[in-house]
Design a binder for this molecule. Sequence first.
Ligand code: FES
Length: 283
Amino acid sequence: MGTNDKYPEPTSRRRFVKGVVGAAALTAFATLGETVVNLSTSPAGEGGGTVEYYGVEVVGGPAPRAMPQIPVALDDEGFLRGIWPPAEEVTREGRTFSVARMRLGDITYSGDWFQYCGAEIFPGLEPTAEQDDYFRYAESAQYEWQTREVSPGDRVNVDDFADYERWGNGIGANGLGKPATVTWRSQDVESSEVLPVQIIRSARVASAAQNDEWLAASTEEGFIAIFDKCTHFCCVPLFKADPTSVRFDAGSAIYCPCHQSVYDPFTIVRESFVAFPRPEGDE
Ligand code: FES
């Protein structure tokens, strides 16, 4: 992890596309061996510790692990929101605090999935934060379609993605899926505390979800959402947004321009990491 030999060579790294996401991929990566560190007694805050999650696989570069998925749901009007678990009270070592967690598919989904890179102090990850959970288009759109067709702050609607099966922008392959940069649980917070999210609507995701318990629970109509903080040094990687990604065989992947990490949005893996505790509990 973090060694130079993990940096990709522009010409020798394997191609990222593995076909559809599926149960085989999940099984293959079901057990990972990251170091287990028990933070449950940490005096620094609440929550955190070793957590299992699903995310998009790292296929190149120095990033140590997958970026976590945010499960999604469409409402009756076609607006897309990220599922946030209900808060529950937990007592540990005489202290009572809230954690956001729920059973979803075959895993316990919790707010801890996103507690790294400093996000653990963001207001949106407070279990009881008053947010409506809808995805909203980001201020800094990275896609031409997004600057032309929607406005920052608009809620994401399925109708905005009607052309997802043929969409392309000259980077990587056309027809893989239509992306957008959005925010989540970040209304009325400082700009430095906005939770960045990559969403993609893809026929591959819709197909894979038909045969996979987790994807059936965490995606809808081909929409998948990824918490967009690189697990290396916290940059914001993007799917089909950077023309230079093509040099690293990453034109059709999620590419981090900081140190060339590459994530495959169509291979979902189950991994674990040590989530930071939140600095304060909700006592
Ligand atoms: S590869 Fe270093 S921050 Fe993403």
